[in-house]
Design a protein around this ligand. Structure first.
Ligand code: PLP
Length: 390
């Protein structure tokens, strides 16, 4: 039987850029020791106090259907967090709780793009972006964010691609680059969205992982609140990747329609997960800092190693759980470098090319193994780059 074009065309065909990851997993399955610095998954589990809250809630009977928009308590907690951290007054009616950031990305584009509408996104990009846009029937159009511009999109970069587009997807702090968008960048995004009448879908799932500088949400810029949907998630901030809980924050009219979409798709998020998330948010910065601390530490360790040499460059990254390394001096592509490093030293990093053409000649290192293993892996990577440099 024939399946829909929408589903068969979702991945766009060809390689999805995860060959290296699959090869590393194959080696591990075959019993080989591999230092895995590939995916964005913490090396700690969800905090015991959050698990206790989850257990309490489930044991107390919160195991039936939950309210589709989210529990009042969690919507209020997310709204209060956004109000406090961004200064934009946000209420429960501006918030829909979703099963993670990924489904929020899908639902948001579904809400703003009709079939065939052009949806803009920045390259390098989080792996699911183009498929998410195709999945709602939109036509993905990329904006190249080049290494020489610190991977930040300028107003001109966006304007050059914006004619006829419906939406712009941005991500700060950024996966894969770790770059935190500057005020100039965010203002350029806002100007382009207003001049070209674009919705801004702002993926802020790493908003608690800032090692330098400040996170600026496009929603805070004048005129942007009415055209911005913010994507949030507990996955990265609270090491709750498996709990699947996130949100969309935006104008009430959009949220009302998104609640209808949720009624016809996910039917909400389990009540005990929401109660655990409410508990986690109530712990405030202390718990977020506990979850983020290992990445902050490892970034400093990595910077110290990279400062002693000049073959491998560090992208000026200030957030998220990744370091993006420029390995162009080796003369290899990111794909070849990552493959040879895996073969020679059993260290798995993601080729930049997996995240789009703009990250060619780079590799992304997830800071997701304990400190000493991370230091050894990074030093080995640097020594390897020196060895193979022409
Ligand atoms: C930039 C970005 N957005 C969204 C997500 C999705 O996160 P989740 O669905 O776990 O909330 C991820 C996960 O790695 C990500 O890196």
């Amino acid at each position: 039987m024939k399946l829909s074009k929408r589903i068969t065309g979702l991945t766009g065909g060809g390689s999805d850029g995860w060959d290296l990851f699959i090869k590393a997993r194959g080696m591990i399955d075959a019993g080989q020791a591999v230092t895995e610095l590939t995916i964005g998954e913490h090396d700690i589990s969800t905090d015991q106090s959050i698990l206790d809250a989850m257990h309490r809630s489930a044991s107390n009977g919160h195991t039936g259907y939950a309210m589709v928009p989210g529990t009042d308590a969690l919507r209020d907690a997310v709204a209060a967090r956004l109000t406090a951290r961004t200064g934009v007054p946000t209420s429960r009616d501006n918030v829909l709780i979703t099963p993670g950031g990924q489904s929020a990305l899908f639902a948001s584009h579904h809400a703003v793009c009709d079939e065939g509408d052009v949806a803009l996104y920045c390259d390098p990009y989080y792996a699911t972006y183009p498929g998410t846009l195709r999945g709602v029937g939109a036509v993905p159009r990329s904006i190249a964010c080049l290494p020489e511009n610190a991977f930040q999109p300028s107003y001109d970069d966006i304007a050059a691609k914006a004619d006829g587009a419906k939406s712009l997807l941005v991500n700060t702090p950024n996966n894969p680059t770790g770059v935190v968008y500057s005020r100039d960048t965010v203002e350029g995004i806002a100007r382009a969205c207003q001049e070209y009448d674009l919705w801004c879908i702002s993926d802020e799932v790493y908003d608690t992982q800032i090692w330098d500088g400040t996170h600026i949400s496009p929603r805070t810029i004048d005129g942007m609140e009415a055209r911005t949907l913010v994507i949030g998630s507990m996955s990265k901030s609270h090491a709750m990747t498996g709990s699947r809980v996130g949100w969309i924050a935006g104008p009430t009219e959009a949220i009302e329609h998104l609640i209808n979409l949720a009624t016809h798709t996910t039917y909400g998020v389990p009540g005990y997960i929401q109660d655990a998330a409410t508990f986690a948010l109530a712990q405030g910065l202390a718990l977020e800092e506990k979850v983020g601390a290992p990445f902050r530490r490892r970034r400093a360790l990595g910077q110290a190693i990279l400062a002693k040499q000049n073959v491998v460059g560090l992208v000026p990254s200030s957030g998220a759980m990744y370091m993006m390394l420029d390995i162009r001096a080796t003369g290899l592509s990111g794909d070849d470098f990552a493959d040879k490093l895996l073969e020679a030293h059993h260290i798995a990093v993601m080729p930049g090319e997996s995240f789009g053409a703009s990250a060619a000649g780079h590799v992304r290192v997830a800071m997701t193994v304990e400190d000493s293993a991370f230091e050894v892996a990074l030093q080995t990577l640097v020594d390897f780059a020196k060895e193979i440099r022409p």
